[in-house]
Design a binder for this molecule. Sequence first.
Ligand code: SAM
Ligand code: SF4
Ligand code: SF4
Length: 393
Amino acid sequence: MQSLEVPAVGPGGTGAHRNRSPAGGIEAPYHGVVEPYPDRTPARRPGPGEPGPQLDLLDRLERPLRDLRISVTDRCNFRCPYCMPAEVFGRDFAFLPRSLVLSFEEIARLAGIAVELGARKLRVTGGEPLVRRDLPVLIGYLSELRTPDGDPIDLTLTTNGSALRALARPLADAGLQRITVSLDSLDDAVFGAMNGVDFPVSRVLEGIAAARDAGLAPIKVNTVVRRGMNEASVLPLARWARDEGLILRFIEYMDVGHSNGWRLDDVVSASDVLATIDAVLPLEPVAPDYRGEVAGRFRYRDGSGEIGIIASVTRPFCADCTRARLSADGHLYTCLFAVSGTDLKTPLRAGESDAQLAARIRDVWLARVDRYSELRSEATDRLPKIEMFALGG
Ligand code: SAM
Ligand code: SF4
Ligand code: SF4
């Protein structure tokens, strides 16, 4: 029987920034099993005469622009402590005034320009995207976008699921194809602590059921694993997702923004998550579907489904990062850990043409050198990073 074991990482402490992997990134607290990761062979640019796009917009590390994450609001009805801790984002917190938030027409226009420049996947996110009124209208606009070759765009959305029961059908009818729902535990007490507002699990499950009934497929479930909070939820979630035919993706707790008080000790490494599941439900790696796929994929050896692992801390994937982010207030960011973005709203509202706006986006992408997760260190610790909910998680 094939084993998931690969050579062990050397011993090391668990203090922040102590363990550096040769490829950059941090080896999180290590407990004995490392998974063999699917090969991430970077896509090659086709040579002259070979089929394929010849004019990819490549950044300075040869990465094409393929994905745009669109934050439609910086607001959220949850207060997940790893993202928007309640003690920081209380009643008095000043979220964006409506006048500074892009309209659906403005978002659709910028998304269309990004598609012209190479984006093939659009993910609507936030904050919590479903708190934005009339969101299906935007989905309708985005679903009409086509690549320069006339192909449809891969259109999806990430939500905390709290309003999905009512909105799944209108979103699907408007052209949404698939959906990702975040759910950190099936246990109400644990989930309540993880969402910061005691939101019940059952309501999210109803939302997932509604998404399925509406034909949104595949349905992915995102789970952030935070030490001392929901490690015990990993296996129950894995069993449940497998039985329900959902693709579960575990995300390493990341040092996004500067409010969540991130410490490396709080990260449960992908290796540990895999080992926990593999011990009971044996797994094997699967090759990635495409360049830029952030989740390492593993399937159950009995063929009953698969899970993903987003190991942004212990296995950085910057070399294949093809994502840009458009914030709710119309700034373009080229890294989740950015400290600044490029204002597109001001020139857009000043009347610039699509060609002028495209030139701005092109210039930003051509200059892009981001690889934060590979460089994560004491120096990056102190950067005034933008919060994840603000720039589009
Ligand atoms: N509100 C929506 C949701 O929760 O699905 C969409 C926005 S949220 C910022 C997008 C994803 O980022 C969620 O799956 C969430 O769990 C994840 N996330 C937020 N903060 C994180 C952190 N510090 N580390 C890892 N993942 C995080
Ligand atoms: Fe809200 Fe999503 Fe952030 Fe949780 S992770 S606080 S649901 S934006
Ligand atoms: Fe992409 Fe930045 Fe994350 Fe690296 S750290 S994978 S460049 S978003």
